[in-house]
Structures are given as C-alpha cells and as structure tokens.
Design a binder for this molecule. Structure first.
Ligand code: ZN
Length: 246
C-alpha cells in the first residue's frame, strides 16, 4: 500500500502546507483519509479527483474536513460525458448533524463506521478506536488484506495507553504530534515524547509525526520523539508529497 501526505499541519494551513489529509492506495483503489484545508488542490497533483473511490474521516473538526464540501462540488459540477460515481464517505455517527452532511444527492453518500465492527473498504480491513479529543474522534488500523501490512493512524488524540495494543507491530504509525515535550497528558493531542514512547512500546517499524505545529523547531520535535523511542526506530516528519510505501 502507498501513503501520500497531502496535508500535515494541525489547526490551520501555513506557508504552503495544508492540514490533515492523506491518500492511501492499494491495488488501484484510492482512499482519501481526512480532507483538511488544501486537500483538493494537492490531491489534483496526485490523481483525477473524479477517480477517488472513497473517503474516510477520523472526526469533524475543520482541519480534517475543510475541503470536503469543495470535493463534493467538484464531483457534482465537473463536466463529464458519463455520470461520476457516487462517492462513499465514511464517518462516525456520534455527531449525527455532521454525519448527515456527508450526503449530497447524486454526489456522495454517508456511510457509518463503528468502533466494535471491522469495516472492509476495497482492499483494506479497518478497525477503530475512540480517542481522547474534545469531540468524538476515531483512530484507524488499516490492514492491507492481500499482504497483511498494517498502517495505523491516530486521528487526533491525547495520550491513551490502549494505543500500544491498537498500534501493535504496525509497519507505519502515523501519529498526531501537535505538541512539544513538556505538555504531556494533554486533552487533545500527543506530545513528541508520547508519540515516541507509544511507537516503541507498540513495536512499530516506522513512526511518522503529523498534525504538526506551525511554530517551533520541527527538528527538535523529531529529536524528542526519537529520544523517547530510544532511537530504536526510524522517525519521519510528515510533509506535503511525502510518499511512504508500506
Ligand atoms: Zn481535532
């Protein structure tokens, strides 16, 4: 499977970098994971947005859904000879108003996911875990059915010990790391120290820091995560167009 970073910042876009959004591909299937600010223009550099197969959302904060509406308009209004297929958009139902807005007649269809149920989308088997966040949010564990490769995305979350099991032995662990060391046990986000500690305890093969802060040294953020992981695994900073083969 192939992961492409479209946007990697938390909260708001800044100096050419957008907010949370990733493209996950396997066997020709194209899944958009969150749809933050600048998603659509960055997605256009990777593929024709009309060919996107599905979208899945961790939660409904603006920095994860800012471009969802314009993606819907793109597919509604782009002139084509053949009708564009209705786009399935998967989200949780803890917030029924936002979930309902995933529907746009003839364009997109809201589809629910649930914490207790494994979901199959194209080549992926996905399980979910509710996170620590001011609004309901779910982490996702993707298994590529054909290979057994594992990719885990935290969504947005404060420290939660159960991530050690949820991310166990993942090939890639993409972790919300909005905070520098010293802010541990925050109500909404991991610190770099927590990302590194969880990655090491879960025995993941690669840690990718994302949902990054706009201010402060990212080199220092990375160093803090590496130290917390006892330098036992590779740590990368997400950035636009970063591609990781899993
Ligand atoms: Zn959030």
């Amino acid at each position: 499977m192939k992961l492409t970073v479209l946007g990697c910042l938390g909260a708001y876009p800044y100096k050419g970098q957008g907010t949370s959004s990733y493209l996950l591909e396997s066997d020709g299937f194209k899944l958009l994971l969150d749809a933050g600010s600048t998603t659509l223009v960055n997605l256009e550099e990777q593929l024709d947005p009309l060919t996107l197969d599905a979208v899945i959302l961790s939660h409904y904060h603006h920095d994860h859904i800012a471009d969802l509406g314009v993606l819907q308009y793109y597919r509604q209004l782009y002139p084509t000879l053949e009708p564009t297929p209705v786009l399935p958009i998967y989200g949780h139902t803890d917030d029924p108003i936002h979930f309902e807005e995933l529907n746009l007649a003839g364009v997109s269809e809201a589809r629910p996911y649930f914490e207790a149920e494994e979901l199959k989308i194209g080549p992926f088997l996905i399980t979910f875990m509710k996170t620590i966040h001011p609004v309901p949010c779910y982490a996702m564990r993707f298994v590529e059915a054909a290979t057994g490769k594992v990719f885990v995305f935290t969504g947005d979350s404060g420290y939660l010990e159960s991530f050690v099991d949820f991310a166990k032995d993942a090939d890639v662990f993409l972790a919300d790391t909005y905070l520098f060391e010293g802010n541990e046990r925050h109500h909404a986000h991991f610190t770099a120290k927590e990302s590194g500690e969880i990655a090491k305890a879960a025995n993941v093969k690669k840690l990718v820091l994302t949902h990054l802060p706009q201010h402060g040294s990212l080199a220092e953020l990375k160093q803090q995560a590496e130290n917390a992981a006892d330098n036992q695994l590779p740590v990368l900073l997400a950035e636009k167009n970063l591609v990781i083969t899993i």
